[in-house]
Design a protein around this ligand. Structure first.
Ligand SMILES: [Zn+2]
Length: 142
């Protein structure tokens, strides 16, 4: 209980993805993936009402813990796509997102549709790459 209280008062903590995951993301998204910082238990994410994550340039802010995030391929692909496919090429901005959100809501706005499609389209390849990288990691440490 005390731990939960202390944790909720922290401003958020950057967490490095596991090595196999970093290698997979680099392979899928290119070098830019290395520059993305994942911040867990983020107050910034909590400000976004119901959101479980929110993104900015080079940042993924998680409401909860990073371990659960890293374990969910669809979630990882979705959020990394927001950062590397939308924020980095500057197709997405706070203003553009707000306009889309106002016009179409969360589910139907084009940034969310695109991120969901990306995650669906790349999930199999991601899981195959990750499994290979994890096997390599295990044999390296065996
Ligand atoms: Zn999204």
């Amino acid at each position: 209980m005390a731990d939960i209280t202390r944790r909720s008062l922290r401003p958020g903590r950057p967490v490095l993805p596991p090595a196999a995951l970093r290698a997979t993301l680099r392979e899928l998204f290119g070098e830019g993936a290395e520059a993305v910082r994942v911040i867990e238990y983020s107050w910034f994410a909590r400000l976004h009402l119901r959101a479980i994550a929110t993104t900015r340039r080079r940042r993924i802010y998680l409401r909860g813990g990073a371990a659960a995030f890293f374990a969910d391929p669809t979630f990882v692909l979705h959020e990394y796509f927001h950062v590397l496919g939308q924020w980095e090429p500057r197709r997405l901005s706070v203003w553009k997102y707000c306009v889309e959100h106002f016009r179409r809501g969360y589910w139907d706005n084009r940034f969310e549709i695109e991120a969901r499609e990306y995650a669906d389209d790349h999930r199999h390849r991601y899981c195959a790459l990750l499994a290979r990288r994890e096997a390599e990691e295990r044999s390296r440490h065996a």
